[in-house]
Design a protein around this ligand. Structure first.
Ligand SMILES: [Zn+2]
Length: 509
């Protein structure tokens, strides 16, 4: 793979309609991106896969709640006081910078989690000046990164765009625990937009001011942090970059099985370890390679105000280095106890364990696997991009490919075109996401399909008119097979599901 490929993949992504900067005719606004026709489909497929893991298989209840929050909810959750970034401004040109980003850029050092005093010293000792104008930098201060807004015409109710989807799940807890029939553990999930008014985002869709999240909150009895299916994942290998190694500036990964991580006390409990393993499986299933994944333990000063222990699932990117795609946090009972207190409602669960006569009342603790959707989407695009001597293609996991099949007439001949249109309609009628393309040479059309990761191309040629067969071409191998038209949609379906091997799906061409 060539060194420039992250630039090339972004060029393809913009040109072909995956993603592009928002509000372009007005000069754009940093930190906002549009998902084009292909990007919107890809994103939806990533969310569907997440739903398959967390809602269908894990059984989380899924909700969908507002993105505008009244201030009192976010006061209770701690965001009004703690959802801050450390900012510094240039005294000459007033450009604003996020301090940890600025220091990382100048010195390569990660100072996240350090005190304001320490940060100030680093800025002074490294003689960091304004990257825009070379001017002197002013004081360091905290900047709340929530977007403020108002509810109602007179602005009587202060509000914010939600910084995470999780809060509604805590606020709705009493209704949800009844729906879950008061048993523990149980999970609730939500996907949707979250907002963070980043100080100076300059990292494409890695650092957005409006982003899509997919979060789950697993409520459990703190005296029993077990998962019924832990046996299924306890042999799963996970690579951990421990906080103590980071504090000693050692970039060493500790590779352990999930079960061993709990036994050795590296991960606080079984439920958290289960969710590390599950997050890894999900990200692997998106097509991210295992060797490009690690779990980084957040060091104490860096953790969010609600967290006792957090692991960032990081994916290596050629362009952005290690990118956090998920945070798996142990939030304790922080949120429920705060909302109980601030809303004056009892959020304990009264439940009886099987076989026990006496019930008990507990305030559940929470493990939270929280995914960004935009970031893994970028990583998937970057890692899928393959450049060979004579072609480049997106080797997307077939289930994620926005377009499932491209249908072409070999040449623009009336008979072939008519037949190709029929085949296209038929595939669409069977629920297959198919596009039709008759412009340019067949080679150009294959190249266009490869470029956006379409796994199969169906070509209608002269033989089709004689014996009602068509060719299917495989994106990755470029091999072709010939199949009967009346079996086409079923074959495509089974190929997409991975239930059929390409070589045995038809006659080799
Ligand atoms: Zn300046």
């Amino acid at each position: 793979m060539s060194k420039n490929s992250p630039e090339k993949v972004m060029e393809v992504a913009k040109r072909r309609g995956f993603i592009w900067p928002s509000f372009e005719p007005y000069g754009g606004v940093a930190g906002f991106y549009d998902f084009g026709p292909l990007g919107a489909l890809l994103k939806e497929k990533i969310i569907q896969k997440w739903r398959h893991y967390y809602v269908v298989k894990e059984g989380c209840l899924e909700i969908d709640s507002p993105t505008v929050f009244p201030e009192e909810v976010l006061e209770a959750s701690g965001h009004v006081n703690h959802f801050t970034d450390v900012m510094i401004e240039c005294k000459s040109c007033t450009a604003a910078y996020e301090v940890t980003d600025l220091v990382k850029e100048f010195t390569g050092k990660d100072i996240e989690g350090q005190s304001r005093e320490e940060m100030k010293k680093v800025i002074e000792n490294s003689k960091i000046r304004c990257p825009e104008c070379g001017g002197n930098l002013g004081k360091i201060y905290d900047f709340n990164t929530m977007f403020p807004t108002e509810i109602g015409p007179k602005g009587v109710r202060q509000a914010y765009l939600r910084p995470e989807t999780a809060q509604s799940i805590f606020v709705d807890f009493n209704r949800l625990q009844r729906i879950a029939r008061r048993k523990l553990p149980f999970g609730v999930a939500q996907t949707g937009k979250g907002y963070r008014n980043e100080i100076s985002p300059r990292k494409g869709i890695i650092r957005l001011r409006e982003f899509t999240m997919a979060e789950a909150e697993i409520f459990f009895d703190p005296e029993d942090p077990s998962h019924p299916d832990f046996d299924q994942v306890k042999e799963e290998n996970i690579k951990l970059w421990l906080a103590e190694d980071q504090e000693n500036e050692v970039e060493k990964l500790t590779e352990v099985k999930a079960g061993e991580a709990v036994e050795r006390g590296l991960v606080v409990n079984e439920l958290l370890a289960y969710h590390l393993a599950l997050a890894k499986k999900f990200v692997l299933d998106l097509g991210i390679k295992e060797e490009k994944m690690r779990f980084r333990e957040q060091v104490s000063g860096e953790r969010a105000h609600y967290s006792e222990e957090t692991w960032d699932l990081e994916v290596y990117s050629q362009k952005y280095d290690w990118v956090e795609v998920a945070g798996i946090a142990y939030r304790t009972d922080y949120d429920l106890s705060r909302h109980s207190e601030y809303s004056d409602s009892d959020m304990t669960v009264f439940y009886q364990e099987k076989g026990e006569e006496e019930g008990k009342r507990v305030l559940p603790h929470v493990v939270e696997p929280s995914f960004g959707v935009d970031r893994p989407l970028y990583c998937v695009l970057e890692q899928s991009f393959v450049e060979e001597d004579d072609r480049s293609y997106l080797q997307l996991n077939k289930e994620l490919s926005p377009i499932e099949v491209s249908v072409f007439p070999l040449i623009s001949d009336d008979d072939l075109t008519e037949r190709a249109v029929e085949v296209h309609e038929e595939l669409k009628g069977e629920g297959i996401f198919a596009e039709y393309d008759d412009s340019g040479s067949i080679g150009r059309r294959y190249a266009r399909a490869d470029e956006v990761g379409t796994p199969y191309c169906v070509t209608i040629d002269h033989q089709t008119l004689e014996d009602s067969t068509v060719t299917i071409r495989d994106r990755d191998s470029t091999e072709q097979i010939r199949v009967k038209i009346n079996e086409l949609s079923e074959i495509i379906d089974r190929l997409l599901d991975g239930k059929l091997e390409f070589e045995s799906a038809g006659e080799p061409v």
